[in-house]
Design a protein around this ligand. Structure first.
Ligand code: URA
Length: 251
């Protein structure tokens, strides 16, 4: 496959833009600058970089974004900033889309991929990919919340939720961890509203067996390996251990 073809299928740049970038020495193959757009590359053998960023040769791309507040999870909502704007152009493939949603005011782990089948698997309720949210409540945590969530909350519109695990964070009176196996619209916010509280802050901190990488700064993203994706799909994060990491120590 030609170098410009390889890059065109894996980035948002046009073939014309890519040819210019290649001529200017912005592309490397196995560490060496290549200035010829028709240089032959093998996606599964060569390491191709553009502007110093590795462009994975794999058929599908899995990007994990540390979503900040103020961005919507859809690709095209008029007048809104999309999370896709935070993906560097070198990683932004044509069919890359967020998998599921985090509200505009929520932060944390958001998966983006061009693998439609995997996206469906992560969202589908029957796939049971657990999502873990660290929340800050407007009013103190109350005894009885955990039991209510475990029974399956009924939301204000009558929607029945699946049983969910929730617990307060030790050393705080308003922070909690909640794990869901489904993703109804504004679900965590609506569950706590139905319990008589209000979610002031919400961050997704783990999906399946994959926790938010500690060094992934807000508004930045990283490419997930096949192993990470499998961990997300086929494993669970230990709720008690995750809760322990959130614990606040009084000084
Ligand atoms: N539940 C919510 O209410 N908001 C989110 O962003 C995610 C889960």
């Amino acid at each position: 496959m030609r170098l410009d073809q390889f890059l065109s299928a894996r980035t948002m740049y046009s073939r014309r833009e890519l040819r210019q970038m290649i001529q200017k020495g912005k592309a490397t193959v196995d560490g060496a600058v290549v200035r010829k757009a028709d240089q032959h590359v093998q996606p599964d053998e060569n390491t191709v970089c553009l502007n110093g960023r590795h462009i994975p040769g794999d058929q599908y791309l899995y990007v994990l974004l540390h979503k900040p507040k103020g961005y919507v999870s859809s690709a095209d909502e008029p007048g809104q900033k999309s999370v896709l704007e935070l993906v560097p152009p070198e990683l932004c493939r044509k069919d890359l889309r967020p998998v599921g949603r985090l509200d505009k005011d929520s932060t944390g782990m958001l998966l983006l991929t061009d693998d439609g089948q995997l996206a469906h698997q992560v969202i589908a309720a029957r796939s049971h990919v657990a999502k873990y949210y660290h929340i800050v409540l407007a009013r103190p945590w109350e005894d009885g919340y955990a039991e209510k969530m475990a029974e399956g909350m009924v939301l204000a519109d009558g929607a029945q939720c699946l049983p969910a695990k929730a617990a307060p964070v030790e050393g705080t009176d308003r922070e909690a961890l909640i794990c869901l196996h489904e993703g109804k619209y504004h679900q965590v916010r609506r569950m706590f509203a139905a319990a008589g509280n209000h979610v002031a802050e919400l961050a997704r901190i783990a999906m399946g067996g994959l926790e938010m990488p500690q060094d992934l700064e807000i508004s930045t993203c990283c490419v997930l390996s096949e192993k990470d994706v499998q961990k997300m799909l086929n494993c669970e994060t230990n709720f008690a251990s995750l809760l322990q990491t959130l614990k606040k120590h009084s000084s």
